[in-house]
Ligand binder design. Sequence first.
Ligand code: TYD
Length: 215
Amino acid sequence: MKGVFITFEGCDGSGKTTQISLLERYLRDMGCNVLVTREPGGDTVAENIRSVLLASESQVSPRTELLLFLAARAQVVDFVIRPALERGNIVLCDRFADSTVTYQGYAREQDLDWVRRLNAYATNGLTPDKTLLFDIDPVDGLSRQTDRNRMESETLDFHQRVRKGYLAESRLFPERFHVIDASANVQLVHQAVLEALKDVIKPENWKTGNCAIHP
Ligand code: TYD
């Protein structure tokens, strides 16, 4: 595929959404074709699944939760992410398959092998070129959240398992993951993001209209 696929992961309140906006503006200013999307969500069907999943009053079984996150993923992969990558866009995605491994696998304690296999089915084998992990102590992350959805309302222990899961995954896939200290100020974190992506998105290619190339 011609494009570049970058995913943003981290505990709730890690500031990744702010960083995606900063990176999007930076890349657009350089003349790149950027597509920003999020999970769960990204198209009408997946946004509807998101409402079901995150409504704070819903009682959702762990298996239902897992399958709904995966259903939303299959939808956004087929109708949003793959087409954009085929067009040669840089795709910035707020959460992706690693969220399911950490939240439903490590934290919700669903069988990790199952989660990985189902993820492979939902993504049809699509893997990010680079995953930026915004690491923060959940105590600090959650203190930044005011209005909490169903997942954010989970116990501190749950969110600690999410963080541990992310760090374990980053050690399993060191080529793909880049861990960023998300407790630093917004501008410092933005610089760390650009540094992490310098091999994936090469400025020398931007001038020729070929915005992005694979590492
Ligand atoms: P959201 O408000 O988008 O959180 P954030 O801004 O931190 O990304 O809510 C999405 C929630 O869903 C978040 O708590 C993480 C959780 N989630 C899963 O549990 N599994 C998944 O596969 C995904 C994509 C998200």
